[in-house]
Design a binder for this molecule. Structure first.
Ligand SMILES: *[C@@H]1O[C@H](CO)[C@@H](O)[C@H](O)[C@H]1NC(C)=O
Ligand SMILES: *[C@@H]1O[C@H](CO)[C@@H](O)[C@H](O)[C@H]1NC(C)=O
Ligand SMILES: *[C@@H]1O[C@H](CO)[C@@H](O)[C@H](O)[C@H]1NC(C)=O
Ligand SMILES: *[C@@H]1O[C@H](CO)[C@@H](O)[C@H](O)[C@H]1NC(C)=O
Ligand SMILES: *[C@@H]1O[C@H](CO)[C@@H](O)[C@H](O)[C@H]1NC(C)=O
Length: 547
């Protein structure tokens, strides 16, 4: 009897797993597709031209689904950054080698003057105590950073402080990675060992690892790494600033994939902009778990701020968080009379609301059923020509980008990246006859051999989750995969603490969308980027005979 019960159970489980795997495979495939597109696409003027960026995002979406059914690839997490190419030249306003040289020369003159009463006799070599606040120290550090980290642009340094001993100094600085497509700044602090040369110039003899300058850790920069997206941190008390609002109640997009959510959310943002209204945003939302990890159900309790940079959104347009809005409503008694509720959202277009004078326009999606209760339906048809989705307002969460930058830091901003797509595709010999063998550790190792120098850092972006799968590559390279950096989101990590601050102390799971965001961003940051399709294998991305 026992075995009779067990058999159908395991069959069902197996079926569920197979379906889950298929979905995940699809998800990865689409992520890959988009990544390639993002890598190869070089738009001329990314930030200024928002209309063009909206068109590009539409193209990105259409690459994935030519009809907006969202039945496939719901798990894609696209942001405005994905349509942009990274800047590969020095950013305006960052510290250049000329700046560092000037600073060094000024410092040198001052030192010589001090040490020798104006006479140019040089410095005494026994001068082993390094004075960290001497401008010459900072100039030497700036110079060495420029040489050692060409992938980042430094914008501002704090005055170095004493490091671990008399020869070392710790310093914090503000930087932006060249391959970062947003305009955000980050912070690093490292320990430098220096000597004072007889010429009175400081030389750096050793550069510490990522975040090694512990004594400089507390030197803060205004606005850097400080998250300003906690709701209680602000409140519109001024009744003159009440303004007008647009509110979308929860619709059929709730508990769907991220891609559908974004497509819908951006429609709402676009309409609010068009109507010059403040969008009421419910930060709490629900995602479909099955896109995220195979076999999962719906996942409520997500916070928009886990995924996107809410600070940036708030700076870009007028939004108000739902709870704040409710408070405001009560306080100013906005009540029912000044609210227009729309139930037929497919019929009532934004254009018809242009002259609406109610304080609040509420699009209620409760009365209709799928697919009419999808938010994005508001932006379909004629409206499509009028409303532009403001993609440029959506950046990936800085909390996630901090993980990306930490991994880059640990790899000394000097690594190559390989995308190894396996999963369902590798298992499907009919459509991808060679993928499995072409992406084995041995095959990848031999493919990399001609292209990447031995001992380089190599980051592998992959959906292969078997631990140690790429172990063989360690013979020749310093390889790592995302799971090697688990600590960065594990209990007690910065990310863990910072996301818990948004959930009143409830631990947040590092989910598939977050993994994807970090893993694909890491791939884009690689110096050399080696793709699965076209590089590792001659199989086609979309199956046999599609390329
Ligand atoms: C478009 O829709 C049709 C029918 O609804 C479906 O068969 C097809 O797979 C869809 N295309 C994509 C790329 O999802
Ligand atoms: C270190 O350098 C700073 C700046 O040049 C100077 O003001 C300070 O007196 C120096 N400290 C020592 C101990 O020499
Ligand atoms: C946080 O946001 C508030 C309101 O917009 C602003 O006044 C404040 O300067 C911000 N703080 C930081 C550190 O950016
Ligand atoms: C929104 O404001 C802009 C500029 O103030 C104006 O040109 C536009 O007509 C306004 N739109 C609506 C719907 O009021
Ligand atoms: C996170 O919080 C825990 C407990 O408050 C603390 O011990 C830990 O140092 C924090 N981690 C970081 C990276 O700040």
């Amino acid at each position: 009897m026992k075995s009779g019960n067990a058999a159908p159970e395991s069959l069902r489980q197996r079926a569920a797993r197979a379906i889950g795997n298929a979905l995940f495979g699809l998800f990865v495939a689409v992520v890959l597709l988009l990544t390639v597109f993002a890598v190869t696409y070089q738009p001329p003027d990314p930030w200024l031209d928002t209309a063009a960026s909206a068109v590009r995002m539409k193209q990105l979406f259409n690459k994935v689904v030519d009809n907006a059914t969202f039945q496939t690839a719901g798990s894609i997490f696209l942001t405005g950054e994905d349509a942009l190419a990274p800047a590969n030249s020095r950013a305006g306003g960052s510290i250049s080698i000329e700046d560092a040289q000037d600073a060094a020369e000024k410092a040198l003159e001052a030192t010589r003057g001090l040490n020798n009463g104006g006479k140019d006799r040089g410095c005494v070599e026994s001068d082993i105590v390094v004075n960290c606040s001497d401008p010459g120290v900072l100039a030497a550090i700036e110079k060495v950073n420029l040489e050692k980290f060409p992938e980042i642009d430094a914008f501002e340094y704090r005055v170095p402080v004493q490091g671990g001993d008399e020869r070392s100094c710790d310093v914090a600085w503000k930087y932006r990675p060249r391959r970062e497509r947003s305009k955000r700044m980050y912070r690093d602090y490292r320990r430098y060992t220096l000597v004072l040369e007889p010429s009175c110039e400081y030389q750096v003899t050793d550069v510490g690892d990522w975040h090694s300058g512990r004594n400089a850790r507390l030197q803060r920069f205004h606005g850097i790494n400080a998250f300003n997206d906690s709701i209680s941190s602000r409140g519109d008390d001024d009744s003159s600033s009440v303004g007008r609002f647009l509110y979308y109640t929860r619709g059929g997009d709730h508990c769907k994939g991220m891609k559908q959510f974004m497509w819908s959310f951006l429609c709402a943002l676009g309409e609010a902009q068009y109507l010059n209204r403040t969008l009421v945003v419910d930060l709490g939302f629900c995602l479909s778990g099955k896109d995220n990890f195979p076999g999962r159900g719906d996942e409520p309790g997500k916070d928009l701020r886990f995924y996107i940079d809410f600070d940036h959104l708030r700076e870009s347009t007028s939004v108000i968080e739902l709870k704040e809005f409710s408070k405001l409503n009560k306080k100013h008694k906005l009540g029912k009379i000044r609210k227009r509720v729309i139930s037929d959202n497919v019929k009532v277009s934004p254009m018809e609301l242009r002259d609406e004078t109610s304080t609040t326009v509420e699009r209620s999606f409760r009365e209709s059923s799928e697919p009419d209760n999808y938010w994005y339906r508001v932006c379909e048809g004629e409206t499509e020509k009028v409303i532009q989705r403001p993609w440029h307002m959506i950046w990936k969460s800085k909390r996630l980008m901090n993980i990306v930058n930490t991994i880059c830091g640990k790899l000394e901003w000097d690594f190559d990246a390989v995308r190894v797509e396996r999963g369902e595709k590798a298992a499907n010999r009919q459509l991808w006859p060679n993928l499995d063998k072409d992406t084995s550790a041995e095959a990848v190792l031999s493919k990399l051999s001609g292209r990447i120098d031995a001992q380089r850092y190599v980051y592998i972006s992959t959906n292969e989750r078997s631990p140690g799968f790429f172990h063989k590559l360690k013979e020749k390279y310093e390889v790592s995969v995302l799971d090697d950096y688990k600590d960065l989101w594990g209990p007690g990590s910065e990310w863990y603490n910072e996301t818990m601050a948004l959930t009143r102390g409830k631990p947040v799971e590092f989910d598939g969308y977050m993994r994807d965001a970090v893993d694909s961003e890491m791939f884009l940051r690689g110096k050399k980027r080696i793709e699965t399709f076209g590089d590792l294998t001659s199989d086609c991305k979309d199956g046999i005979n599609t390329c």
